[in-house]
Write a protein of this length. Sequence first.
Lengths: 396, 101
Amino acid sequence: MSIRERLSGNEAAATAMKQINPDVVAAFPITPSTEIPQYFSTFVANGVVDTEFVAVESEHSAMSACIGAEAAGSRAMTATSANGLSLMWEMIYIASSLRLPIVLSLVNRAVSGPLNIHCDHSDAMGVRDAGWIMLFSENNQEAYDNTLMAHRIAENEKVLLPLMVCQDGFITSHSIENIELEEDSEVKKFVGEYHPKHYLLNDKEPIAVGPLDLQSYLFEHKAQQAEAMKAAKDVILDVAKDFEKWTGRHYGLFEEYMLDDCDLAIVCMNSTAGTTKAVVNELRKNGVKAGLLKIRVYRPFPGEEVAKALENVKAVAVLDKADSLNAVGGALFEDVVSSMYVAGNKVPTVNYVYGIGGRDTTTNDIKSVYNDLAEIAKTGKAENPYRYLGLRKGEN
Amino acid sequence: MSEITNKTPMDDLTIGGNIYTSGNAKNFKTGDWRSQRPVFHEDKCKQCGLCFPVCPENAIPVGKEDLKRKNFNFDYCKGCGVCSKVCPFGAITMEEEGVNL
């Protein structure tokens, strides 16, 4: 039986971690994810979990400790945001290339500078090609559910990749919402125990992890990571199926909201999807065929599936909560349009960079995007595809 | 674990290059990085035994019977010069690799 509760996004993530009861948590506090290790350390102090909590001196050490713990054969978790993730960056690549299924709770925040502690996705976008599975969460419930599914995906033999669960800093991490929690014993049963095939503390099999890997080998090892990332797609769907059987809550690679007969589609991630749904509902009442494609699984990117889901719409807007500063467009935009191009999908598509540094994105902002899409659908032309939403700008 | 070479296809490689056996560092010869070469002057050596324990590559062999150090194992000596620094008798000098051999 599910338990009705009300929790913030950080509490939801910490509660999932408590129920998973990992062997090791190594973390360093940083806004807005500070509460996750804070709550978790009280669970440790109160004896609710039997986790070894390592209070490290930096995020570089947090990820290093998780790598050591996972390689030793245990289950390790951590949480961070923005510059904390930046400081982990070197070890983020080591974790994925050593194929260690660490689970990280990433509470999305702008990477400084200038100094900003509010939500955008620049932290996540900075590690999008680092070989981590990346799940995005619209609300607290999804942050909780994605964390419960994380180990089953990451530790699958065909995958063995680290995984990060993303949610929007402050917008969801500090907002209290209704949530359905699952029973501790049921979570334990669903997540299962971790028994890696090879691990450093096995005295029957002395092994070396992370050896020198020069011209004759690195290429093949990277290709193995790429294969694992491709294989992760089916594993994510299988785990979601089991999760749905258990909880009744459905998850796919992405959510299609009123997309079936849709003319004007927005593609976005995390909490903005909630704002967009409200606008879709309103526009639908007025007869506008608006729809939403909310990415849940950003890595591996479900390119073929996204292109197919968008093949019958008349215009698409991809919303990026991080600017790639590449003079072309945001990262999600590039993933979506290149997937569409490869699939031969010629629907006119534009990009809006929005919500940088925690700038509010209101239903009126989203409405203006649908208005632009209506214009594009009429003319069939998407001029200036690299646009901003909610930016102050002089007239010329 | 079967033998892995630079002809092994990716499907047969271990993940992350993990090595599931022990004692294989000796298969990787580190001697070809050397830019400085230690030269052993046997006449000055008192066999005091200070040099071989500090060698990071175990490249100073010691006789099992006579317990005397022998000349360097240049398959593994990286030319770091630590042995030359600890020798109190000037019995190890560093010279540029590839010159005056």
